[in-house]
Design a protein around this ligand. Sequence first.
Ligand SMILES: C[S@@+](CC[C@H](N)C(=O)[O-])C[C@H]1O[C@@H](n2cnc3c(N)ncnc32)[C@H](O)[C@@H]1O
Length: 367
Amino acid sequence: MNYTEGSATIADGKAFINPKAKLSRDATIAYARLQPGIKNALDATSATGIRGIRYCKELGLEEVTLLEINKSSYGSLKSNVESNSLKNAKHENISVQEFCNREQPMKFDMIDVDPFGSPAPYMFDILKVAHENSIIAFTATDTAVLCGAHLSACIKTYDAVPMHNELGHEAGIRILIGFFARLAAQFNYGVELGLSFSYMHYMRAIVKLVKGSKAALSSVKKLGFAYKCRKCGWVGSEQGPFTRISRCPLCSSEIETSGRMWLGSLIDDDLRPELAKSMGEVMGSDKREYKFMESLALEPDMPFYYSIPKLTKLMHLPSISELVLAKRLVEAGHVASTTHFEKNCIKTDATIEEIKAAITSISKNGA
Ligand SMILES: C[S@@+](CC[C@H](N)C(=O)[O-])C[C@H]1O[C@@H](n2cnc3c(N)ncnc32)[C@H](O)[C@@H]1O
């Protein structure tokens, strides 16, 4: 059976297609529509070619290049490019690594890496076909590794220690971005975050390269560590090459430490209002995806969050609604909101003492 998504129709063939990754494709198009000057794109791990075909048509590109290492998948990709009447598409049955290491490789305004598992083995090579202001979008589906279920694998692949608790998803995407920022710095590029999120089985980041050693250094300086106290629940983070905290600053108990990871923004603040609108236009009637993206655009851009059930358990109090707590904190003048990273959690600029005081008050006096 054919599969239609956005402007592309893909024939039932030998290549892998995952309808659940529609949001990843939609969100990338919604973001890229807002970026001037994207004329060409590289779909580095194409499978059916749906991504590159959609980017080419929906972004009105002058040219798209699609790569696929697997022979039979490449056969499907080729016929999909033809059946979608894409005249300005180049495609090759080649590995992304080989393609990027040619003499005088072509350069791309936008590069998408969407492999099975980790994008890590591809990211160094794709930087060779990037230029100043290139947009690099990448997916990781090795979320168990990034979220701390396999400590050694995370150290091996990303040179970072993950968080194996309720902070795992945000720590994971920050580890992924941090890994890429370190690689980009070797090419004298800094990174600016466009959009990043964790959704179902994958994590997705879209970044823009900024040329220059200053930009590279400034990005690398945004790497650091995240902490969580095992006893009182305190959560913190600090930028820098070394951990300076070994015990909880509030109760002196043992802490869990994770990093190094990206501690800069996870979303381009200036684009937020337009992003939500652009997403509505791209996603059309897909209400569930649109709601997800709308809430993402409203999420405070600050590192980490508190799990309300975990805090109430520590305080020996019955659990309360995180929405009620967020409302109470906002009324007190704080930023406070739920997060897409984890259920029943809130991101806030309130201290843990202020959060606990609000929890106690709600438990005693009600909402
Ligand atoms: C998850 S699928 C891609 C899905 C596609 N991007 C989409 O949105 O539907 C990953 C594809 O990358 C291909 N691949 C794996 N390693 C590769 C490499 N080194 N170079 C190019 N393609 C590769 C695989 O054969 C597979 O078809």
